[in-house]
Design a protein around this ligand. Sequence first.
Ligand SMILES: *[C@@H]1O[C@H](CO)[C@@H](O)[C@H](O)[C@H]1NC(C)=O
Ligand SMILES: *[C@@H]1O[C@H](CO)[C@@H](O)[C@H](O)[C@H]1NC(C)=O
Ligand SMILES: *[C@@H]1O[C@H](CO)[C@@H](O)[C@H](O)[C@H]1NC(C)=O
Ligand SMILES: *[C@@H]1O[C@H](CO)[C@@H](O)[C@H](O)[C@H]1NC(C)=O
Length: 339
Amino acid sequence: MAVNRVLQVLFFLQSVALLGLIMHWSRNCDSCVILKTAMINQATGNMYSKATSVPFASTERGQLSNCTLNDILQRPGVVMLTITNLGFLDMTMNMLASVRRVGICVNTTIIAEDEKVYKYLHKKAKGDPAVHVAMTNSGLMQPGEVKRKNARTYFDLLKKRQGYFLSLLEQGFEVLFTDSDTFWFRDPFPYFQGDFDMSMMDTNSPYPTRTSRAQHCSGFIYMKPTDVTLLFVKEWIRSLKGKHIMDQIVMNKLLQADQPVHVNIKPLDIKLFPPGPTFYEFLAKNASYSAVVMHAATIHGHDEKVQKFKSSNMWLVNASSDELVAREQSLYVGPYTSN
Ligand SMILES: *[C@@H]1O[C@H](CO)[C@@H](O)[C@H](O)[C@H]1NC(C)=O
Ligand SMILES: *[C@@H]1O[C@H](CO)[C@@H](O)[C@H](O)[C@H]1NC(C)=O
Ligand SMILES: *[C@@H]1O[C@H](CO)[C@@H](O)[C@H](O)[C@H]1NC(C)=O
Ligand SMILES: *[C@@H]1O[C@H](CO)[C@@H](O)[C@H](O)[C@H]1NC(C)=O
């Protein structure tokens, strides 16, 4: 008994010393956040470092989501996933604002691709039962906007997503992946009922038929953790390895060839889930009311997207990404900002 107790105390002291060391490193350099994250991941066996939320009452509302824990528990086994960096922070906040505005509550995971955006969102998500902010586990990216014309970096950023999908699917979650340049008018989840592996919008085939010319959009995709989905996502990752090619092109090639398996895709109606240009066409004809979620895909560039959102009263954020971060820093000095 006494020996046990001594061992417990020793273990505790060792843990404290290790934690102290980690804290010390973290204070002294910015990049040590990665190390710290890696160590936490190792300790917990996690793919991501999760935001450690303070205990909250089940009726308390989160700042980002305006949802309570009770709300989140109404949609068990589902995770909404998005990825962002500092350049797209304002866009991400705009999407989250649109989701909050229509009162959708879902367990949300945001993966941060750089430290600044991680710090900002982690702080905002503190105590929010709906939002988990995680640091990327597959290498940091540049914090600025990754432009399409910088194809190599752009494609490299896109092809990190499949690893995140797989990790959540392997934990048995149904995953709704959404790009941050989406705007939600209504709850999309009722459209993901029924028997399927993946659900996406197809820009080429006449809805709801799937033709051999199908071009599915991977920027808004619902995945069920079926054997087929798991096999497919693994092959998708394998096919992207070492290549600088757009992930969506590879996905469509595999889907068309039924490689490695035939995927049962539930089509999303383009009228309800329109890409940017289609949405604005409808809007010009006063038919936009039908949209559930619009995706500003094919409106290229951050500033162009913001302009377009503003033109249709769909910009709910009143500051740029840098201003958002600066505003926060003037109120609070984070734990990693000592240098
Ligand atoms: C948060 O949700 C509650 C309950 O639906 C609603 O009454 C309130 O207006 C919402 N607040 C914001 C800021 O959206
Ligand atoms: C929410 O999603 C995270 C994955 O990011 C998971 O670890 C957590 O258990 C989920 N929470 C609930 C209530 O399902
Ligand atoms: C759309 O509606 C607005 C007002 O709701 C109206 O001023 C405009 O003329 C309409 N446009 C078309 C193409 O019907
Ligand atoms: C922007 O919104 C935030 C949060 O709602 C508010 O605190 C701030 O005063 C607003 N700033 C401006 C310039 O409107």
